[in-house]
Design a protein around this ligand. Structure first.
Ligand SMILES: [Fe+2]
Length: 416
């Protein structure tokens, strides 16, 4: 990392310092400046559906716990006992009236307050249970059911952080006739020998599919033709590090239903189409079926990948965990059944997409270890991107516009 007056330079537009992927001290700065200050995606409200539901999650290197209390509110705590720091909850997910630390039996309610301790007299008369609850994360908020938390006690609110990405989440939710999604179909997990940023950047890289995913070509999926410069689909930098692939113009130009679902015959999803018509009327229902779900990556760890959600979890400078769950649209059983299969076909153990991507993530990490070139040039599309009135910068789908956006935001927060 180039150091000038103690400020590391990771991005000198359009060049990215290779050290950002391989340097241990950079990983530690990221933890403090990104993961422990920015809004970070934690989990989805549907993962804690009932009073007492809990779910273990991770925020950077810190274990956290998502719970739903008796008031029906969502809470996010550190999964760490205020007594001696033991992890309170070991189970990944479940439902219980109390959370009991397995070390000395301190017991907490789903709203985090300390209910009881064994042999309390030993702590003396000044011991007040109200002072020893689970530690709540300073800020927790949600949008479209997606729960985010920030360890910074002040700063922009969640909607400001999401900015233009709110519209993408709306586009996702409106695909349910009742406007909500569930993440309840279970999780795939992939441990990958690459820096988390390689996974982030690949998922907004419209330049690689026709190369890396060539083995899918025999399926003759429309998505391939749409992933070239012949397509009118756009790649867009939405601001605050987040981006999307905006398929809508291409899908509207082709004007066919369900292209985003591999062009499945519409009659196979008749029940779903009917429920959309009943909920929204024929015009909007048709628009939803043509437009499909968004392909949106929200800085730094949430990827809404059309059919599934992927969460990026850093483990070390050269290791990360990817967690994926098929999206389940509320009151859309016909679509949901198909989507579980489609997700498995693309990212499951025998899937056609993620296996190829992950091989590239690991080769990318291995190659970057050379740090030669010391700077990577993110130059593609520099002279054809357009800034819109909304602040969105859009370009051809194969361009590096999202990457320049990601790195400029990264540099800003790392220097804070
Ligand atoms: Fe890919």
């Amino acid at each position: 990392v180039v150091v000038s007056s103690d400020v590391p330079i990771y991005f000198n537009n359009p060049n990215v310092n290779a050290a950002a992927y391989v340097d241990q001290s950079t990983f530690e700065i990221e933890m403090n400046e990104i993961w422990y200050k920015e809004w970070i995606y934690i989990g989805h409200e549907s993962e804690v559906p009932e009073v007492g539901s809990f779910c273990r999650k991770q925020l950077g290197m810190k274990p956290v716990l998502l719970t739903r209390d008796v008031e029906g509110s969502i809470n996010v705590f550190f999964n760490s006992c205020p007594h001696l720091g033991n992890m309170v909850c070991e189970k990944e997910t479940g439902r219980s009236r109390t959370l009991r630390c397995p070390y000395h039996g301190w017991t907490f309610a789903p709203d985090g307050h300390l209910m009881g301790v064994p042999y309390p007299e030993g702590f003396g008369s000044s011991f007040v249970k109200g002072d020893h609850g689970l530690t709540r994360l300073p800020r927790v908020d949600s949008y479209g059911g997606f729960v985010f938390a920030s360890l910074a006690s002040d700063g922009p609110d969640l909607v400001s952080h999401l900015g233009n990405a709110c519209t993408d989440i709306d586009q996702l939710c409106r695909m349910s006739p009742v406007g909500e999604i569930d993440l309840t179909a279970g999780w795939l997990k992939h441990e990958v020998k690459s820096n988390w940023k390689i996974a982030f950047e690949n998922n907004i890289d419209g330049y690689h599919p026709t190369i890396v995913h060539r083995s899918m070509n025999p399926l003759e999926m429309t998505i391939f033709d749409s992933s070239t410069d012949k397509s009118v689909a756009q790649i867009r930098y939405l601001g605050n590090g987040s981006s999307d692939v905006y398929w809508v113009p291409e899908y509207r130009r082709l004007n066919k239903e369900y292209l985003w679902l591999g062009g499945v015959a519409p009659e196979k999803l008749q029940g779903y189409s009917d429920s959309l018509v009943a909920a929204y009327g024929p015009e909007l229902a048709r628009e939803i079926i043509v437009d499909g779900p968004p392909h949106t990556i929200i800085f730094p760890n949430l990827f809404i990948a059309e059919l599934f959600v992927m969460v990026f979890q850093p483990l070390a400078v050269d290791r990360c965990l990817l967690l994926e769950s098929p999206i389940q649209w509320k009151e859309a059983p016909v679509l949901n059944r198909r989507n579980i299969l489609s997700t498995a076909a693309s990212i499951g153990p025998a899937g056609m997409v993620l296996a190829d991507d992950v091989a590239i993530f690991e080769r990318n990490q291995a190659g970057l270890a050379a740090q030669e070139p010391a700077w990577i040039a993110r130059i593609r599309g520099m002279d054809r991107e357009v800034e819109e009135a909304s602040g969105i910068i859009s370009s051809s789908i194969t361009d590096d516009t999202p990457h320049r956006g990601f790195w400029s935001h990264y540099q800003k927060v790392m220097n804070r």
